[in-house]
Design a binder for this molecule. Structure first.
Ligand SMILES: [Zn+2]
Length: 259
C-alpha cells in the first residue's frame, strides 16, 4: 500500500511539473504574440516596450495589461503604421490612441482607498482643469472601495517601477476609458504642482492622448500650426514638470478628439 501511494505521489508531482512547464511555454508564446502585436499594429518601437509580470509598459507611463489583452486592445484596431514615424522636431505633434472613449460621458474617476489626500487633491484639480476646457468629454470624481467596470480606477501601487510616477491604461476597444491608473507611492512627496501636472497628463492617456514628444501613434492634426510645431509645454509631453496650464495645441487637441 505504501508503495502504491509513493508511486501515485511521484506521478502527481511529475504531472504537475509537466503542466507547469506547458503553462510557462504558453505564457512565453502569449507574451511574444502581444509584443509582436504592439509593434506591428500599434507601431511601438520594441526597444521602448518593457515587459512586467502582468503587462507591457510603453512610452514610459502607459501600460497594456496581459489579462484580456486581445479583447481589450486588438479588436479592429486601425493600423498606426499608416503614419510612419520619423525623427525631427516637426514630428513632435499631438497624437492619439486607436480607441477613444465612447462608453459614457462624463468619465468616472474612481479613487480607491489608500490614495493619500495630496494625490486626491491633485486628481480633483486635474478633473477641474479638464472640465474647465468645456470640451465634448467631462470627468466626474467618485471614491469607492471597489474597481468600477466603466471608470478610471486609481490605486496606489508600490510595484510600479521606481522610475515611473504612474502607469495608466489607454481606452479599451469597447470604448471604456483606460480602466486602471496605478500611482507609485515613492512619489508621495513630489510637489503639489507636479502631482497636478502628472494627474492631468495621466487622465489624458486614459481618454486616448499619447505623447507629443515621441514618434508613435496617430497624429491628431495633419495641417495647421499645431501639426508641425514643437510644443515644449504640452501637458502630454513625457516628462513631468510644474503645472502651468494647457498649451493652445493641447486645447485644440482636446476639442479635436472630443468635439
Ligand atoms: Zn505619459
Amino acid at each position: 500500500m505504501k508503495k502504491i501511494s509513493i508511486v501515485i505521489s511521484v506521478l502527481a508531482v511529475s504531472l504537475f511539473a509537466c503542466t507547469k512547464d506547458k503553462n510557462e511555454v504558453a505564457d512565453l508564446q502569449q507574451s511574444e504574440l502581444i509584443l509582436n502585436y504592439l509593434v506591428d499594429s500599434y507601431g511601438f518601437n520594441s526597444i521602448d516596450i518593457q515587459e512586467t509580470e502582468t503587462g507591457f509598459i510603453v512610452e514610459n507611463d502607459t501600460e497594456f495589461p496581459k489579462e484580456n489583452f486581445w479583447e481589450n486592445y486588438a479588436k479592429d484596431a486601425p493600423s498606426q503604421l499608416l503614419f510612419p514615424a520619423g525623427p525631427g522636431v516637426e514630428e513632435r505633434r499631438h497624437r492619439k490612441h486607436s480607441y477613444l472613449v465612447t462608453s459614457g460621458n462624463p468619465v468616472v474617476v474612481n479613487v480607491r482607498p489608500g490614495v493619500p489626500p495630496s494625490w486626491v487633491y491633485a486628481i480633483l484639480t486635474a478633473i477641474s482643469e479638464w472640465n474647465a476646457l468645456d470640451g465634448g468629454l467631462k470627468f466626474v470624481f467618485t471614491s469607492t472601495d471597489r474597481n468600477l467596470w466603466n471608470a478610471v480606477n486609481i490605486v496606489m501601487d508600490p510595484t510600479v517601477p521606481a522610475d515611473k510616477i504612474a502607469l495608466t491604461m489607454y481606452p479599451l476597444s469597447d470604448g471604456r476609458p483606460g480602466n486602471v491608473m496605478r500611482i507609485n507611492p515613492a512619489y508621495n512627496s513630489m510637489s503639489s504642482s507636479r502631482k497636478k501636472f502628472s494627474m492631468v497628463h495621466e487622465l489624458g492617456h486614459a481618454i486616448g492622448f499619447r505623447h507629443t514628444d515621441t514618434y508613435e501613434g496617430l497624429p491628431l492634426f495633419t495641417s495647421g500650426s499645431c501639426a508641425n510645431s514643437s510644443d515644449p509645454y504640452s501637458v502630454m509631453r513625457s516628462v513631468v514638470k510644474d503645472w502651468s496650464g494647457f498649451t493652445s495645441c493641447d486645447v485644440y487637441g482636446f476639442y479635436t478628439l472630443y468635439p
